[in-house]
Design a protein around this ligand. Structure first.
Ligand SMILES: Cc1cc2nc3c(=O)[nH]c(=O)nc-3n(C[C@H](O)[C@H](O)[C@H](O)COP(=O)(O)OP(=O)(O)OC[C@H]3O[C@@H](n4cnc5c(N)ncnc54)[C@H](O)[C@@H]3O)c2cc1C
Ligand SMILES: Nc1ncnc2c1ncn2[C@@H]1O[C@H](COP(=O)(O)OP(=O)(O)OP(=O)(O)O)[C@@H](O)[C@H]1O
Length: 577
């Protein structure tokens, strides 16, 4: 059928069908006109790409359609008085159980976000900024969007600057709130705040008409909400969680199902009467300078943008079906989903992504790629549950296995890594992308981690804390979990996960496009030399533990030992994860 006829007939069908399917059909029309791998193959990467790419009209349309799909008119609330929702890393309206429970248990919901000054302090050991400017900007956008989506559903967002343990109990007292609902966290910094909020709520005495004195303090109700599989559904107590990811995955796949996203009412209102709802903070109020992303990807914060990105990656560009083949690339928006910044801030629920994958499998295709996104989301779940099992040892030098290695804290080496001046283009390009955009591919993160800990022998916590500063998708469990894994102190069944730079460059940046994008001085070199520039680039700060880069231009996996550092025991296997 000629394309114009196909387009007309699809458009006329789409006019007669349900809005949800109409929207997707139009996307099929768009994607039928182009090669789905076009962006991946051409690799003409413009200077700065906004993610998602859709304009605000299109995003609003997606948000309206999606919210409509998850709205139920049959929901009725059953409570009395006021309940507070304390938003933390769950900055969304859809599939937010804390919000729904607060609505259900009250006549009025007060949604609150506390801009915690501790997030503007420094990381635990090495004193880097706790939140870099790029993530701060992303979070500011998340808050603005959350407020907008709450207002569209009859509420607002109260924004206060200060510690939750001071603000929340004081609001509970002023509004006579009987309960505070919030998403449960698992790491000690957040647990400490939960403990203090609960303690201070105990000091608040409500002038309740109830005779039952035990219910006279506002209750803190912590709701599980971060993972794809619910904590209550996994087939083991967290203390007996399998240490090895594959055992964990097989067990949950065999024994659990993912719960459906919850339905929401058409309005969460009315809101309580509030004199001043507070403004969304300006970046300067967080003592940071406004960041400008001039190159690479610029992620837009918020639930609306997150829904836009899911729509773009799955339906509009039709990229889900090739995810497994492209996910190890490093350049541009299309090789992987880029969902992580929104998942980390809770702007999107992993269960929503699960449901979209299942719809895609029904409506388009089910293959290894569609499964693999869920496989990766199970990694995310795994690290979250591992943090429950191992507590603070995830952050300790010896990791969950309490292994002792000799680590260096050489400042000069560390700074060359951090600033992207090691003399290894693949490392330098990745580190520049991280500091300029707040993002780095999974491939890049594994290589940069391996280089820091294995080639430089640097204390892995320095790398993890630098990632904590910079990453838009910083999540304590995924970040420290992956770092302990990469440093060989986590639960990796392989003894030594060494990533050889020559081999990684050959496999994942053969033409040197990635390094030339971030290090334009390499553009003039022949493609095959960009990753191996020799004297045309800055001097290498260390030699590689396995295989000198200059000797290995055409050699994939030389195991020449330089003997420079030998901090690790065990066999040095080179791996491709
Ligand atoms: C040293 C190191 C540090 C990391 N720190 C973080 C972090 O702080 N926050 C974070 O979200 N991810 C972290 N990751 C995991 C992974 O690199 C990112 O989740 C991924 O690159 C995000 O891009 P994406 O959304 O396009 O991923 P996709 O490839 O599209 O994967 C889909 C989703 O699966 C999840 N996922 C994929 N790989 C992993 C993984 N290895 N561990 C946990 N979840 C995964 C993410 O939620 C991701 O959004 C780290 C990995 C390494 C090696
Ligand atoms: N959300 C988080 N982000 C970053 N780091 C975190 C987070 N939660 C906890 N940590 C880290 O967990 C560690 C807790 O260390 P802390 O000293 O308080 O406890 P501990 O287990 O008693 O350690 P130690 O026995 O070494 O004193 C710190 O490194 C802290 O930064």
């Amino acid at each position: 059928m000629p394309m114009a006829v196909l387009r007309n007939s699809l458009a006329s069908i789409s006019a007669q069908i349900e809005p949800r399917f109409r929207f997707r059909t139009m996307n099929i029309i768009a994607s039928k006109n182009r090669n789905p791998n076009q962006n991946i193959q051409q690799k003409v990467i413009p200077h700065c790409q906004v993610i998602p790419g859709a304009d605000s009209r299109e995003i609003n349309h997606i948000v309206e359609e999606t919210f409509g799909r998850y709205t139920s008119k049959a929901l009725k609330r059953n409570g009395k008085g006021v309940a507070i929702v304390w938003f933390r890393n769950d900055l969304r309206v859809l599939d937010n159980e804390a919000l729904l429970k607060a609505w259900d248990s009250s006549e009025m919901v007060l949604p609150v976000y506390c801009v915690d000054p501790r997030h503007s302090q420094t990381t635990y050991h090495f004193g880097f900024p706790k939140t870099g400017a790029l993530r701060a900007q992303f979070l500011i956008e998340c808050l603005a969007d959350l407020r907008k989506n709450l207002m569209n559903r009859g509420l607002n967002l109260l924004i206060r600057h200060g510690k939750p343990e001071e603000i929340i109990p004081s609001l509970a007292k002023s509004f006579g709130a009987h309960a505070v609902y919030a998403q449960k966290e698992t790491c000690s910094e957040e647990l400490n705040v939960e403990r203090l909020v609960r303690k201070n709520l105990q000091q608040v005495v409500l002038s309740s008409q109830s005779n039952d004195k035990s219910t006279n303090h506002p209750q803190l109700k912590l709701i599980w909400g971060t993972t794809m599989y619910h904590l209550d559904d996994i087939p083991f107590d967290h203390s007996s969680l399998p240490d090895v990811y594959t055992h964990f995955r097989k067990s949950i796949e065999a024994k659990c199902t993912v719960r459906g996203c919850i339905r929401i009412p058409s309005s969460f209102g009315p809101p309580p009467s509030v004199v001043d709802w507070g403004s969304v903070p300006l970046i300067e109020q967080l003592e940071l300078h406004s960041p400008k992303v001039s190159k690479g990807m610029r992620f837009v914060g918020g639930e609306s943008a997150a829904l836009g990105r899911v729509n773009e990656y799955f339906w509009k560009k039709d990229l889900l079906k090739v995810y497994k083949e492209t996910r190890n690339e490093m350049l541009g928006p299309d090789y992987s989903t880029k969902f992580s910044p929104w998942l980390a801030s809770g702007s999107i629920s992993p269960r929503y992504i699960y449901e979209e994958v299942k719809s895609y499998e029904r409506e388009r295709v089910a293959n290894d790629s569609t499964y693999w996104v869920l496989f990766e989301l199970m990694w995310r779940d795994y690290f979250r549950f591992i943090s429950l099992k191992y507590g603070n040892s995830l952050f300790h030098l010896g990791g969950p296995r309490k292994l002792e290695y000799k680590w260096s804290q050489d400042q000069k080496l560390f700074e060359s890594w951090r600033d992207g001046c090691t003399g290894y283009p693949l490392i330098d390009a990745n580190m520049k992308e991280l500091s300029m955009t707040g993002f780095m591919s999974n491939r890049g993160r594994q290589i940069a981690c391996s280089f820091l800990v294995r080639d430089m022998g640097i204390d892995w916590r320095m790398g993890a804390e630098w990632f904590e500063t910079c990453l838009l998708d910083y999540d304590p469990c995924s970040n420290y979990g992956n770092w302990t894994y990469g440093a060989g102190v986590g639960n990796d069944p392989r003894e030594d996960r060494y990533f050889s730079i020559p081999k990684q460059a050959q496999n994942y940046d053969r033409e040197g496009e990635y390094v030339a994008y971030w290090l334009p001085q390499l553009k003039a070199l022949p493609k095959e030399r960009r990753n191996f520039p020799g004297g045309s680039y800055i001097e290498q700060i260390v030699s590689l533990k396995h295989g000198n880069i200059n000797q290995n231009r055409n050699q994939n996996d030389s195991l020449t030992r330089t003997g420079r550092r030998n901090n690790f025991k065990g066999k040095h296997a080179q791996v491709n994860r």
